[in-house]
Design a protein around this ligand. Structure first.
Ligand SMILES: NC(=O)c1ccc[n+]([C@@H]2O[C@H](COP(=O)([O-])OP(=O)(O)OC[C@H]3O[C@@H](n4cnc5c(N)ncnc54)[C@H](OP(=O)(O)O)[C@@H]3O)[C@@H](O)[C@H]2O)c1
Length: 334
């Protein structure tokens, strides 16, 4: 029988007039949803989607009060599923965690066994959260470029949102496995940082977003990993060399895609959608194995800053104000 325990968690509440507040408070295990596996969370991480959930974005989280956190790594405390036992180290990301299921910004989560990935050998809980959903999405994006025959000898790969989580880890993985990467800068000049995590060259947001309205542009990239959408995604598709591929996972800049069909029918460009949330478990485990071994990035500490749950509130504001860089891991254990 479960001993009733209280634990620390961020709780976002909806007030009148569409106002939302967030605070760190005590929750009880009984507040958690039903599920097969109770996990004591050691580390979580901050993703753009978490910030949206924490500010009351109903496209991400329908019902409040709510504990965000789409990522969690920790140790199984109780399991009703034979595949997991007390003491197992595990990763839980995506599915509904942190969206409408109490998430990793609390010291405990309870989830269906189908959401749980055994921690791969060779990686710690903290390292797994330096990757988190951002790293997992970056891995899926790299994997898809490779599946579409974008190899290092074909030319440079462009990465947008490179100062952020998904983009930064994509830059790091690509450079580690031999690609020449051009990174798109953010609002402020982060060229030194971007070169430090593996970019060969850096271009500005202005240079990355063509305003000429031309249907095709000079072919510059063998492939591209886009995390921001809008004009930048459209420009990268129009600037990709014949037979190249572009992945699309985010809309930090815009959900629009102002483009016509010419890059697809005259250059054979592939546009590949990336959905980390519903990724099948076989691919999920394969990506985590790659992140732990072949694609393990050498620059972990350049990308990360570590905070406690009490510092999350301010970090969420920074992310929404575009004052956040790289990855933030949240330490839930003392
Ligand atoms: N499809 C999926 O499965 C999946 C999974 C994970 C993430 N995502 C999405 O991927 C995107 C990035 O996520 P993340 O966690 O990496 O976020 P993040 O860490 O906050 O990074 C966001 C990046 O986008 C840039 N950016 C923000 N607004 C921009 C604008 N208006 N124009 C150009 N660049 C802009 C930021 O540059 P600054 O340096 O200027 O701030 C930063 O480099 C989000 O849209 C997220 O929802 C999707």
């Amino acid at each position: 029988m479960t001993v009733t325990k209280s634990f620390k968690a961020m709780v976002v509440e909806e007030k009148e007039n569409n106002q939302f507040t967030r605070k760190i408070t005590e929750k009880s295990l009984e507040d958690l949803p039903q599920g097969d596996v109770l996990v004591k969370v050691q580390y979580s991480s901050l993703n753009y989607k978490d910030a949206l959930s924490a500010i009351g974005n109903k496209g991400v989280t329908r019902n409040y009060p709510h504990t965000p956190g789409i990522d969690a790594a920790g140790v199984v405390e109780e399991s009703r599923d034979p595949n997991f036992k007390s003491g197992d180290e595990v990763i839980v990301t995506s599915y509904d965690l942190g969206m409408n299921t109490s998430g990793g910004f609390g010291q405990y989560i309870r989830v269906p066994a189908e959401w749980v990935v055994p921690m791969p050998d060779g990686i710690t809980a903290r390292e797994s959260m330096i990757y988190g959903t951002a790293g997992f999405t970056a891995a899926l994006s790299v994997y898809q470029l490779m599946e579409h025959f974008v190899s290092p000898e074909k030319g440079d790969v462009l990465v947008s949102g490179a100062t952020g989580g998904v983009g930064g880890i994509a830059v790091s993985i690509l450079s580690k496995i031999g690609y020449s990467v051009t990174a798109i800068n953010g609002l402020t000049d982060q060229s030194d940082y971007l070169k430090g995590i593996g970019a060969k060259s850096v271009i500005s947001i202005e240079d990355a977003a063509d305003k000429s309205g031309k249907p095709l542009l000079k072919a510059k990239w063998a492939g591209s990993i886009d995390t921001v959408g809008g004009d930048i995604l459209a420009t990268s598709i129009k600037s990709t060399a014949p037979g190249g591929a572009v992945t699309c996972c985010g809309n930090a800049a815009s959900p629009e895609l102002p483009i016509n069909v010419f890059p697809f029918i005259l250059r054979g460009i592939s546009l590949i959608g990336i959905d980390s949330q519903n990724c099948p478990m076989t691919v999920r485990k394969k990506m985590w194995e790659k992140l732990a071994h072949d694609w393990r990035i050498p620059q972990f500490e350049k990308l990360v800053s570590e905070i406690t749950i009490d510092q999350l509130d301010q970090r969420i504001d920074m992310m929404m104000q575009r004052k956040h860089r790289g990855r933030t891991v949240v330490r839930l254990i003392s």
